[in-house]
Design a protein around this ligand. Sequence first.
Ligand code: GDP
Length: 198
Amino acid sequence: MSNYQKASFLLSVADVKQLPPDEGIEVAIVGRSNAGKSSTLNRMTQVKQLARVSKTPGRTQLINIFVLDEARRIADLPGYGYARAPLAAKQRWQKLVDTYLEHRECLRGLLLVMDIRHPLQPLDKQLLAFCEIYDLPVHVLLNKADKLSNLAISKTVKEVKAALTVYRNSVTFQIFSAAKGTGLKELHSLLNGWYEFK
Ligand code: GDP
């Protein structure tokens, strides 16, 4: 049985060496600032505290770890692409995330949150290319679907589908709305597979 509502905050780390032991199953969530990563965490688990932690000043550049049970965790990676962030902070983020993605054995897959109105920005593509190298499964959430008409959604879905065919690792996607809950069932069903919930 899945238990997303039991998610609770464990710790924030600035260095991969401070992470909990590399065992069990971890799913990471990442996205450009403002794409809706915190709202997605909130919707996924129905735990408001999670989104608050991931928004706490000083923690936005860290990896925040949430625990579902003794074997399963969510890793909230720092949001990227915040235009006004100093270069040094961007480079720190990049190094932390790259090291995490490259070395974390228990990492089962990455949820990549995008604003459906601006999908596949250069930094999203950079991240996808990186995941391809390490053969990491990625599930893209085209968030804020409530902001578009059905017609505009279909057009975007077609474009995104075509664009994602270039990657050789498993890259799936779905439409989502953290605000309205659209696509939540589909997301939970994907996560149930990754977390090996029966
Ligand atoms: P983060 O920076 O990626 O963590 O993004 P947030 O979760 O803080 O969301 C950024 C802004 O987008 C906030 O104003 C949210 O209320 C809004 N937002 C997030 N998800 C949705 C969505 O599905 N629909 C709409 N309309 N707004 C959303």
